[in-house]
Each structure stands twice: as structure tokens, then as C-alpha cells.
Design a protein around this ligand. Structure first.
Ligand SMILES: Cc1cc2nc3c(=O)[nH]c(=O)nc-3n(C[C@H](O)[C@H](O)[C@H](O)COP(=O)(O)OP(=O)(O)OC[C@H]3O[C@@H](n4cnc5c(N)ncnc54)[C@H](O)[C@@H]3O)c2cc1C
Length: 180
């Protein structure tokens, strides 16, 4: 993933392919050998988008239709999996109780279940993005010191890894590998 400020993106997109490849190699390094474009280059804006409501009567939004988070921490697809698993569990339980699975009152349970996790992840990725795309020297030092500390503390590092992997209490059963 290559993210840039909007101003720099315009300049980079205006480069010819050769100059673009050179710029990419300069940023990425040569760890994977020579880099060449495999198709036309594309750029699109990144930002945080959260739907105010994710359910209506007989309608539920899942995945990026419900939330668009910055790809800095690679969590978008995970959030979508959790949505799908939570929705499946919600409607199966409602069906077992003999309820109409498309009722707003049933779907609102799914919305409430997913709301906190989605907003938390959206805000976290947004803050991380602002932190890592900021060239303020003080922020850079704090960032580097913080990352260095986490790297030297295996316990804390494992907590972050578990969070990123989505291992949290309250996860839908399908996410935990259990049948509904
Ligand atoms: C650069 C980048 C890197 C990322 N890296 C990661 C990562 O490392 N880990 C991670 O978990 N997530 C990552 N993500 C996020 C992840 O790709 C998305 O969260 C995920 O693909 C969303 O899945 P989705 O099915 O909700 O939506 P999409 O993948 O967008 O699927 C929606 C589909 O609907 C189709 N569609 C749209 N409109 C219509 C219509 N009117 N009729 C019919 N079909 C339609 C589209 O063509 C598309 O195929 C990244 C995203 C980006 C942009």
C-alpha cells in the first residue's frame, strides 16, 4: 500500500511509467528486486466513512458498504467478516425463536453488536494514519520510541497482535470457529 498526500499524489500520477517506477523503487527499496508496472497506475482517496445506520426494515449493510476504514492496519476485510458472522448469528437466533428475520427490531441487534467495534477500529486507523503521515519532528520521535518500546515488550506486542487478528471477547461464534 502506498499512501501520499493529495498534492504529492497528483505529481506522482503525472509521471511517466519509467519515472514512476524509479520513484517506487526509491521508496520501497530493492528487497524484492526490480519493480515494473503491470498495468495502468491508479490513485484513489482514502478516508474514514461510517454509515450512520446500517439497518432498515429488511435491509442490513455489511463490509465496506457499512464502513470504509483506512487500510493502514489491514482491518477492512476482517471487519466485514465479523459483520457477516454477526448478522448470520443474529438472524439464525431470531429464526429459532420463530421471529421474522427481516424485522427492524431483529436487525437492530446486529447493528448494536457491530457498532462499537466498527467505530473503535475506524477511529484507531484514522488516528494511526494521522500519526504516521505527520512529519512533525516531536511526533516522529514519540512514534519511533513507542514502536521501539512495543517491539521490546513481547507481552504488549502479543496484545496488539491479538487485537489486530480480531481475537476479542464478544466475537460472533463463526469467527471463533464454532457452529451457530
Ligand atoms: C489498498 C488497500 C489495502 C487493503 N488491505 C487490506 C488488508 O491488508 N487487510 C484487510 O482486512 N483489508 C484490507 N483492505 C480493505 C478490504 O479490501 C475491504 O475492506 C474489503 O475488500 C471489503 O469487502 P466488501 O466485500 O465489503 O466490499 P468490496 O470488496 O468493495 O466488494 C464490493 C463488490 O460489489 C461490487 N458492486 C459495487 N456496486 C455494485 C452494483 N451496483 N451491483 C453489483 N455489484 C456491485 C463491486 O464491484 C465489488 O466487487 C484494503 C483496502 C485497500 C483499498
Amino acid at each position: 500500500m502506498w499512501t501520499e498526500s493529495s498534492r504529492d499524489t497528483e505529481r506522482l500520477m503525472a509521471l511517466d511509467d519509467f519515472a514512476f517506477e524509479l520513484e517506487l523503487e526509491r521508496r520501497f527499496g530493492h528487497k524484492l528486486g526490480e519493480i515494473s508496472l503491470d498495468g495502468p497506475k491508479k490513485a484513489f482517496p482514502l478516508g474514514l466513512t461510517l454509515a450512520r445506520e446500517t439497518v432498515k426494515n429488511r435491509l442490513a449493510l455489511v463490509g465496506d458498504a457499512a464502513h470504509g476504514v483506512h487500510p493502514i492496519s489491514g482491518q477492512g476485510l476482517n471487519l466485514g467478516f465479523k459483520d457477516a458472522a454477526a448478522l448470520a448469528e443474529t438472524v439464525v437466533e431470531a429464526d429459532r425463536l420463530g421471529l421474522d428475520i427481516g424485522l427492524l427490531s431483529v436487525l437492530e441487534r446486529y447493528q448494536m453488536w457491530r457498532r462499537f467495534d466498527t467505530v473503535r477500529m475506524g477511529v484507531t486507523t484514522d488516528v494511526l494514519n494521522r500519526l504516521f503521515s505527520n512529519d512533525n519532528p516531536l511526533l516522529r520521535i514519540m512514534r519511533d520510541v513507542g514502536l521501539g518500546m512495543v517491539d521490546r515488550m513481547p507481552g504488549l506486542k502479543n496484545v496488539f497482535i491479538a487485537q489486530a487478528a480480531g481475537n476479542r471477547p464478544g466475537n460472533p461464534r463463526l469467527l471463533r470457529g464454532e457452529p451457530i
